[in-house]
Ligand binder design. Structure first.
Ligand code: GTP
Ligand code: SPV
Ligand code: MN
Length: 597
């Protein structure tokens, strides 16, 4: 407790805010902050009838996504960050942070935000304190985590906590004591999203957006937590989590790792086209998994809300998300309608006749067509409490979590990767995870569409050496033995010769889950392919689906020549891990090569 207060005092001393406010997480506090944010022009209150208690924020156009190039893992040894992370010497980074944070909150209020990842006091939960000069971050953290007094009580009661310091990096008082005007979305060209895994500490400077600023999410629940998980024998993963109940009473839990903007929120809110299955949502982005006393792998969602991609979310693709967003939502970088509501590409088939786009300019479908500018930024997002999702699972808040039966890995692959392949065993499944590649999306800066390797969908989120991380997955599997969940690879994004998706996706994905769960239960056996186990003829339930036989063949096709090239690329990728690549992964790669020849 003293440590927490000393830490807050030290950060205040360094950053020089006008005031320090300890947040209690109350509704009154939220109302006060949103009112202030509206006054400041950061938030626009949406029409209270159409979208009660909801707001629109427009970020600085230079602060719209995670900045992977400015994300650092500052472990004592460079080799512990590994070749897939940016590393900085911790002492050098601390010196740089002292420099940029010095006076960075002048003229602003510093908020102290205690939060719990996982239900407060739960056996797998962890606490932290985010210190921030962004009230937008405070109201977002209130939706995304269990924030406020109850979390602080845990810290006061002696729970280990992670300090997480955040500044938008735009003081309102200069070194020469001149007072500057504020802007709706303060940020800084210089950005540092830094992690000190040895000290379990997070410092983030210069951005107010998403995972750069809501430090409980990627920084804590993935980068720092993956290190804790390595040391303590569990897994911190970029996964969704759902429960599927069969009409006959059986139930299963499925976790799935897909890269950013590759369909986790959609699958998390799956409305099954197969009437025998009912899905409920447990989480859409992060899952903490630990071997339980019964030898099974138990999962919790450490978050309390959804920070979901808006574009592409509509009644046809994700009706549950649409129904979740009817009130108490913070939208960021979507378009504003003339009646004070929001819109984004894909919300409805046709755009309204007039909008204010995400940069605050007039937008019409004609302007959009002429300029190619979307009305909503491709990485525009909604922030909303999970509790108001109409299909949230009754146990989503349960501290002990749920036992996992099936783990999926997937990415966006226009070619080569079949619709579904089950792994032979855990080691083969770890190889699936280690070899995920995906076309880049707008969730991070960089060229959209470019194919990149994204092992376990954790490339931007693993807090230590990726080779060691593969090894850690293998060791967890050894511990679970025959109680380990089944693992499978899926790809909803394979395209035909005309460039359109072959698989209808969305609610139809239930057909793939149905086959996999029947495989888990021994009802079907599948057929062997050079990649693993695929549905045998007739096993995939396709009734009611208008899918040409040729498309189905293409969805399942395994092209040996293309896969030999995949294997070469994979070998090139694995080479960077040197002797920290587990032998099991080289063995799996060699086996794949042999099956392709
Ligand atoms: P992060 O929040 O960034 O980690 O991503 P996420 O994986 O939760 O992303 P989300 O579910 O919001 O993915 C959004 C994008 O995936 C949208 O463009 C959707 O249209 C697309 N998408 C989701 N499911 C499917 C599917 O089954 N088929 C196709 N073709 N697209 C899909
Ligand atoms: C992702 O990019 O995977 C997200 C959004 O879930 S952010 O929180 O910004 O990282
Ligand atoms: Mn994510």
């Amino acid at each position: 407790m003293a440590a927490a207060r000393d830490f807050v005092a030290a950060v205040a001393e360094l950053t020089g805010p006008d005031a320090v406010v300890w947040c209690d997480g109350s509704e009154a506090e939220r109302d006060r902050l949103t009112e202030e944010l509206c006054q400041a022009g950061t938030l626009i209150r949406l029409d209270p009838e159409l979208r009660p208690n909801s707001f629109l924020a427009r970020s600085d156009p230079k602060d719209v996504a995670r900045v992977e190039s400015a994300t650092f893992i500052c472990s004592a040894e460079e080799s512990d960050a590994g070749p897939t992370n940016n590393w900085r010497d911790p002492a050098e980074m601390r010196a740089e942070l002292l420099r940029v944070f010095a006076g960075s909150m002048r003229g602003r209020t510093m908020y102290v935000v205690p939060f719990s990842m996982g239900p407060v006091g739960g056996p797998a939960s962890k606490v932290g304190i985010e210190i921030t000069d962004s009230p937008y971050v405070v109201v977002s953290m209130r939706l995304m985590t269990r924030m406020g007094e109850a979390a602080m009580d845990q810290i006061d009661g002696g729970a280990e906590w992670v300090p997480a310091v955040h500044s938008v990096g735009m003081p309102l008082v200069t070194d020469g004591a001149a007072v500057l005007p504020d802007v709706p979305w303060p940020c800084n060209e210089t950005k540092y999203i830094t992690h000190f895994p040895d000290d379990r500490e997070i410092w983030s400077f210069g951005s107010g957006y998403g995972g750069n600023a809501l430090l409980g999410k990627k920084c804590y629940a993935l980068r720092i937590a993956s290190v804790l998980a390595r040391d303590e024998g569990w897994l911190a993963e970029h996964m969704l989590l759902i429960r599927l109940r069969h009409a006959d009473g059986r139930q299963f839990h499925v976790a799935a790792a897909f890269p950013s903007a590759c369909g986790k929120t959609n699958l998390a809110m799956l409305r099954s086209v197969l009437p025998e299955w009912t899905v409920t949502t447990l989480g859409d982005d992060i899952v903490w998994l630990r071997p339980g006393e019964d030898g099974r792998l138990w999962a919790i969602n450490p978050e309390a809300g959804f920070f979901g991609v808006a574009p592409g979310t509509g009644a046809g693709t994700n009706p549950t998300a649409v129904d979740t967003l009817t009130h108490d939502v913070i939208f960021t970088n979507v378009a504003l309608t003339d009646d004070g509501d929001v819109w984004w590409e894909g919300l409805t088939p046709e755009a309204p006749e007039h909008l204010i786009d995400w940069v605050g300019q007039d937008w019409t479908p004609e302007v959009g067509a002429e300029t190619g500018r979307p009305a909503a930024h491709p990485n525009s997002r909604f922030t909303v409490s999970a509790a108001q999702c109409p299909m949230i699972d009754p146990d989503w808040d349960a501290g002990e979590g749920v036992p996992v039966d099936l783990i999926l890995f997937g990415g966006r692959r226009a070619s080569n990767v079949p619709l579904v392949t089950a792994a032979e065993d855990w080691e083969h499944g770890v190889f699936f995870g280690a070899t995920i590649s995906s076309e880049r999306t707008a969730a991070a800066e960089g060229a959209v569409g470019e194919l990149r390797r994204d092992p376990f969908a954790m490339l931007p989120f693993c807090g230590y050496h990726m080779g060691d991380y593969f090894g850690h997955w293998l060791s967890v599997g050894e511990r679970l033995g025959d109680r380990a969940p089944r693992i499978a690879a899926v790809n909803w994004f394979r395209k035909g010769a005309d460039g359109s998706f072959l698989w209808p996706g969305f609610s139809e994905n239930a057909r793939v889950l149905d086959w996999l769960l029947r495989l888990v239960d021994g009802e079907v056996t599948g057929r062997q392919t050079p990649l693993g186990v695929a549905p045998a003829d007739g096993e995939l339930q396709l009734d009611g689906l208008d899918l040409p036989a040729a498309d189905l063949d293409e969805l399942h096709r395994v092209d040996p020549a293309a896969w030999s090239e995949e294997a070469d690329r994979c070998a090139g990728y694995f080479a960077q891990f040197g002797d920290r690549l587990p032998v099991a992964m080289s063995r799996q790669l060699a086996a794949l090569r042999e099956r392709m020849s």
